[in-house]
Design a protein around this ligand. Structure first.
Ligand code: CDP
Ligand code: MG
Length: 756
């Protein structure tokens, strides 16, 4: 017998076990497959085989149905060329229109070629968005006729749907792969890594490209595929070019999937629209009344806007139907955004409603989505696209150290992608709610890569953990702004994660082990020093889940009242703790969350996150402790908060309820959702947000002496600019007699660890 694991599936069949008329190929769908030397003919034959090669079960009827649909995808007919290019090259770049089958098919072709189930290695395909990772993994599991989470799985932060030993095709967020790289620089578990949606240029994908480029030189057996929707692939090709000695580098080969796009007619607004959300609703209704059957895709910027639009569209259509049942057909409005529960996300694939009676106008589906539907998810049947021209973009301002999500104009490239969604199945129409003049003069060509506009604190810590010290000379596709890098280094230095030479400290190494922002990780690690790690663990978990508080438009007062009953006077962080504890105390009462206008799903998610972080803490022997005395506990929690978030402090200015952020001098107000009863002089905030004005959200009262005690390096009075903040701290120092209290956040602090 051979020992080569690649050939294990070729083992001779037991004689006499089955009728000899069956050839080996009848019983073994992958008979004769040689890893990375597999032909399209072989794969197509295996796909038609009556047995599923991975489960050895007969293929289901659904499998056959989906297979027929897959055969129509442009990628499918290019299987042979793809396999050939893959076997000849280590790195390839794939481009193709959205919907051509890149994300769902290419990883399967690779799986048939790598045969990862026989080698114990995995094929990974990264996605910038969690929603896409889940949705595509589910689809591909169906396509391969295997249970999701077994042979095909997904991995996103706080949710691992894979089975060690069984999963060989894994969809995962780019951030998750980056985290894995921190603990295994060689990414040795993988035979092929596919970076999908590379055109999105997320921070994690950009960093992964740099890492994989280096790794390719060390691991000749690793294949790398970079997939992108837009046609600016040359940037990726030349970045991954091969340098042969004494020769000019040759760009990485390009595998181009021909588009099969129908014509999309584009209409522009005559005049700039003052209110794009209102104009969008109006346009959807106009299409529904006047245009031929076909589904509509409307792009809006966020959850609230989307839910609001869905509600309004539905009301208007119901109104029309009630007045005259023959005026329009039924309309199904489906929202799509990242924090939507997965089952509800699936609804975008439901068919449009049928006419209410025979002979009545046909029904239509409207999907109201964030950017998710721009390239990462394909919805079949879309004929009309409504594009207001905005999306929410993450922007970091290094000068004031603030991360913001801002509704900003999209790029021309995005606008083109959006329009393309209308021409998937037949000729379509795209309604742009801006003028053609604005399209030409106001929209930039491409969306800026995230690395040029994001806070890099997390990334710098991850790179340090990866052993990459020279951040300036790292091989970036686009190098970040030096100021942003400096700010990240400075923050990590203040947090004592990096020392003055930029070396990772033991505390920093530990912080990098937590799937959290550096501040939150630090807060967890130091919390036992204050005797409150049990509580800080809860607060961290609660801060990690979105949309906890429900505030239905018709029950706002009742929701606010319920919230007030759970509020803790010292601040929102303590309120979050109280909510979680009350949730636990009332666990037997299934309607508790509902009665208190809280999302049961968010609470369950927080519980899940808490358990995972708890396992992390146990692994690194960070004690779980709690103080018996409520007052001491309350103070301990707030001190632990200060230890991590001392750079997010604001001081009350004047009488009008406004605050000034310390050092950066931004004028802010407490967000209306804030549960503080009074306006304390000093507050710590979790978030700075900017809508019509600047707000701080999730706010807790702190004392100025804690700032001096716990972050003396940061609150060095000689370095603070003159102003009310400095004078207030000065008064504090004078009162304390200028004693040099010991530091918890000072450099070299390792956080308390159990010594057992
Ligand atoms: O990656 P790319 O945009 O090239 O295409 P894809 O995501 O692989 O999608 C190819 C086709 O698979 C779509 O047109 C859909 O028909 C189908 N699909 C689906 O039905 N459900 C999903 N969750 C994803 C894809
Ligand atoms: Mg795709």
């Amino acid at each position: 017998m051979h020992n080569n694991p690649y050939l294990a599936h070729l083992k001779p069949l037991q004689r006499g076990a089955e009728p000899s008329s069956l050839s080996p190929g009848d019983r073994e769908p992958l008979y004769g497959f040689l890893p990375r030397n597999v032909t399209g003919d072989q794969i197509r034959k295996a796909m038609e085989h009556q047995l599923n090669p991975f489960t050895k079960q007969p293929h289901s009827a659904q499998y056959r149905r989906i297979l027929e649909a897959r055969k129509c995808l442009p990628v499918f007919s290019q299987m042979d060329e793809f396999l050939e290019m893959l076997s000849k090259n280590q790195i390839i770049v794939v481009v193709g229109e959205t919907g051509s089958g890149k994300t769902t098919q290419i990883p399967q072709f690779v799986a048939y070629s790598d045969l990862p189930h026989t080698t114990g290695k995995l094929v990974a395909c990264t996605q910038p968005r969690r929603v896409a990772a889940i949705s595509v993994a589910r689809r591909v599991a169906d396509e391969m006729d295997v249970p999701l989470g077994k042979h095909v799985g997904y991995s996103i932060r706080f949710e691992d749907m894979t089975e060690p030993g069984s999963t060989f095709l894994k969809y995962m967020t780019d951030g998750m792969l980056l985290r894995e790289a921190m603990n295994d620089n060689e990414l040795s578990r993988y035979s092929t890594i596919i970076l999908d949606e590379a055109h999105e240029r997320t921070l994690a994908t950009d960093i992964l490209m740099g890492l994989l480029k280096g790794l390719a030189k060390r691991r000749a057996d690793l294949k790398i595929i970079v997939m992108s929707a837009t046609l600016d692939a040359f940037k990726f090709q030349s970045y991954f070019s091969l340098t042969h000695s004494c020769q000019d580098p040759s760009p990485a080969p390009l595998f181009k999937v021909p588009g099969r796009m129908h014509h999309v007619e584009v209409f522009y607004a005559q005049e700039p629209e003052p209110d794009y959300a209102e104009a969008a609703i109006r346009t959807v209704l106009m299409i529904h009344r006047a245009e031929d059957p076909g589904d509509i895709l409307l792009f809006l910027t966020g959850e609230e806007e989307i839910e609001d639009a869905c509600r309004k569209i539905k009301l208007e259509v119901d109104d029309l139907i009630n007045t005259d049942p023959l005026s329009v057909g039924p309309l199904m409005c489906v929202p799509l955004y990242s924090s939507l529960p997965p089952q509800q996300q699936q609804r975008i694939f439901d068919a449009a409603p049928k006419p209410t009676q025979e002979g009545y106008p046909p029904g239509r589906k409207v999907v109201v989505s964030t950017n998710i539907a721009e390239t990462s998810l394909t919805i079949d049947g879309i004929v009309y696209v409504v594009d207001p021209g905005f999306s929410k973009q993450k922007v970091y301002n290094p000068r004031i150290r603030v991360d913001l999500l801002i509704v900003s104009p999209i790029s021309k490239a995005s606008a083109q992608q959006r329009a393309g969604r209308a021409g998937r199945t037949r000729p379509g129409k795209c309604f742009r709610l801006y003028t053609d003049k604005d399209f030409v003069s106001e929209l930039q060509e491409q969306t800026y890569p995230e690395i040029l506009r994001a806070n890099l604190a997390n990334t710098v810590l991850e790179l340090a953990k990866l052993g990459i010290k020279d951040l300036v000379r790292f091989d970036y596709l686009d190098a970040p702004a030096p100021e942003t890098l400096m700010r990240a280094l400075e923050l990590l230095n203040y947090l004592a994660a990096l020392d003055d030479d930029g070396e990772l400290t033991p505390l920093g190494a530990l912080m990098a082990e937590f799937p959290l922002d550096p501040q939150l990780a630090k807060m967890l690690i130091v919390s036992p020093e204050f005797g409150v790690s049990n509580e800080i663990l809860t607060i961290t978990a609660m801060l990690s889940v979105p949309n906890l508080w429900l505030r239905p438009p018709d029950q706002r007062a009742a929701a606010d009242q319920a919230k007030a009953l759970l509020a803790v006077p010292e601040g929102d962080h303590l309120t979050l703790l109280n909510v979680y504890n009350s949730y636990w105390q009332n666990k037997s009462d299934r309607s508790w969350a509902w009665n208190n206008f809280l999302s049961a799903r968010a609470l369950a998610q927080a519980d899940n996150v808490r358990q995972q972080l708890l396992r992390n803490m146990e692994k690194f022997e960070i004690e779980i402790v709690s103080l018996g005395d409520a007052r001491q506990r309350n103070i301990g929690i707030r001190k632990a908060l200060v230890c991590a978030f001392f750079m997010q402090i604001a001081h009350r200015e004047g009488e009008k309820g406004s605050y000034l952020t310390v050092k950066d001098d931004q004028i802010v107000t407490l967000h209306p959702s804030c549960s503080l009863e009074i306006q304390p002089e000093w507050v710590l905030f979790n978030e700075f947000i900017f809508t019509k004005r600047a707000y701080i959200r999730t706010v807790t009262e702190v004392r100025p002496d804690w700032l001096l005690e716990l972050a003396p390096g940061y609150f060095d009075l000689s370095m603070l600019p003159d102003g009310e903040t400095k004078r207030a701290l000065q008064r504090m120092t004078n009162k304390r007699g200028g004693d040099g209290a010991n530091s918890h956040s000072g450099k070299g602090d390792k956080g308390k660890r159990k010594t057992s």
